[in-house]
Design a protein around this ligand. Structure first.
Ligand code: NAD
Length: 370
């Protein structure tokens, strides 16, 4: 039952702990008002962990993550640790967690709240009501493929090599995540590749299609070349619902889709592993933004991306869609009421601090629950 869900909180560095404090208040609210007594643990990660233990991902943190049903992550890194060896950098912790938890699907929703439609660089009518999700393969493809490296040639010049490689298993497990998501949404998946020039993409296209035909005949599947998709994302983004693609194309296109919403401080994300018996995946949930060293410690950061990451956690790892809806509705109501942190400030709106934004979300939760 829900009562024993294990949640590990890793605030990290910079604004990480500040935005996490507000997410934690939402967790406590649900505990108090909905009787969801999560088993919450908190750990050290990133620069904070390096300072305390000499490593960005201490064994204790990794063990706690492996023992949890889901991890809510803040952000890691900052100027203080930039001179460290690559293997000791705070950001390594995130790669280590993704690898050890076997998180192979990265979900990036791009949702435009009506109240923020004018913050996008695209015209309001193109983005108002936008709600898409990009499923990016996270542990394969050209970022991991062998051979890789830089070699010296006989003539003294150099050659750099990376390898785009995918197997049936890697393609189908991430496509499955996309099809399952589509079933809960509008039933449409776009799969992006470069099957016109890459054999690995030809295989990608065949395997995604084969899985759809065998198990997801109720879902509509459209294939699109990734370069065309980049164009379509800024031309007519609402034609998409669920997009599934490779590590490389997903990396680039999810940033493109993120900017449709206009604000880094509003964007949640999830990295998921294989679904467990109950249909829900172990996952790591985090805002897309980093540690924002320029505003850290000023009570100025926008905590909504962290709070929305927690809503995703409720939906995808804990199977609590009603509670996820509730949290998302509270965020929407705060925006409708005109409250804005500095990053999303607009004329005639009320500027608030990180903690005041947290207060406002709790007030809206109280109203919605009344
Ligand atoms: P960043 O996302 O931290 O900041 C970019 C800009 O957006 C800054 O001006 C910042 O003030 C603003 N911003 C970001 N989040 C905000 C929020 N919630 N509210 C208000 N404004 C916000 O990216 P960066 O400056 O490129 O990186 C800073 C550090 O964060 C680096 O050490 C980087 O490695 C790290 N980083 C970590 C993660 C992660 O932990 N997943 C992701 C990206 C960057």
């Amino acid at each position: 039952m829900a009562a024993n869900r294990k949640l590990l909180i890793l605030p990290g560095d910079g604004i990480g702990p500040e935005v996490m404090r507000q997410a934690r208040r939402v967790i406590e609210w649900l505990d108090e008002h909905r009787g969801l007594s999560f088993d919450v643990d908190e750990g050290l990660v990133g620069g904070a962990a390096y300072d305390a233990t000499g490593t960005p991902l201490p064994d204790e943190t990794l063990e706690a993550a492996l023992a949890s049903d889901a991890v809510l992550f803040g952000a890691v890194g900052g100027p203080k640790w930039e001179g460290l060896d690559f293997g000791l950098r705070p950001e390594r912790a995130l790669l280590g967690l993704r690898k050890e938890l076997e998180l192979f699907a990265n979900l990036r929703p791009a949702v435009v709240f009506d109240a923020l439609a004018d913050a996008s660089t695209l015209k309001r009518e193109l983005v108002a009501g936008l709600d898409i999700v990009i499923v990016r393969e996270l542990t394969g493809g050209i970022y991991f493929g062998e051979p890789r490296g830089i070699e010296r040639l006989a003539d003294g010049s150099r050659r750099g090599v990376n390898t785009e490689v995918y197997t049936t298993h890697e393609i189908q497990r991430v496509a499955r995540v996309a099809f399952e998501l589509a079933r809960k949404r509008s039933g449409l998946v776009h799969s992006l590749d470069k099957a016109n020039v890459l054999e690995s993409s030809e295989l990608w296209r065949q395997e995604v299609q084969a899985l759809r035909d065998a198990e997801y005949a109720d879902v509509e599947l459209r294939h699109m070349y990734a370069d065309n998709a980049a164009m379509q994302l800024v031309r007519e983004p609402k034609q998409f619902d669920v997009i599934v693609t490779t590590n490389l194309f997903g990396d680039i296109l999810s940033d493109c889709a993120a900017m449709l919403t206009g604000s880094l401080g509003m964007l949640p994300s999830a990295s998921l592993g294989a679904p467990d018996g109950g249909g829900f995946s172990r996952g790591l949930y985090e805002p897309v933004h980093g540690t924002a060293p320029d505003i850290a410690g000023q009570d100025a950061a926008n905590p909504l991306a962290e709070i929305l990451s927690f809503a995703m956690l409720l939906r995808y790892s804990f199977g609590m869609a009603d509670e996820a809806d509730l949290v998302e509705r509270a965020v929407e109501a705060v925006l409708e009421a005109g409250l804005r942190t500095a990053d999303i400030m607009q004329p005639e709106m009320t500027r608030v601090s990180t903690s005041a934004m947290g207060d406002a979300v709790l007030r809206e939760l109280d109203k919605l629950a009344a």
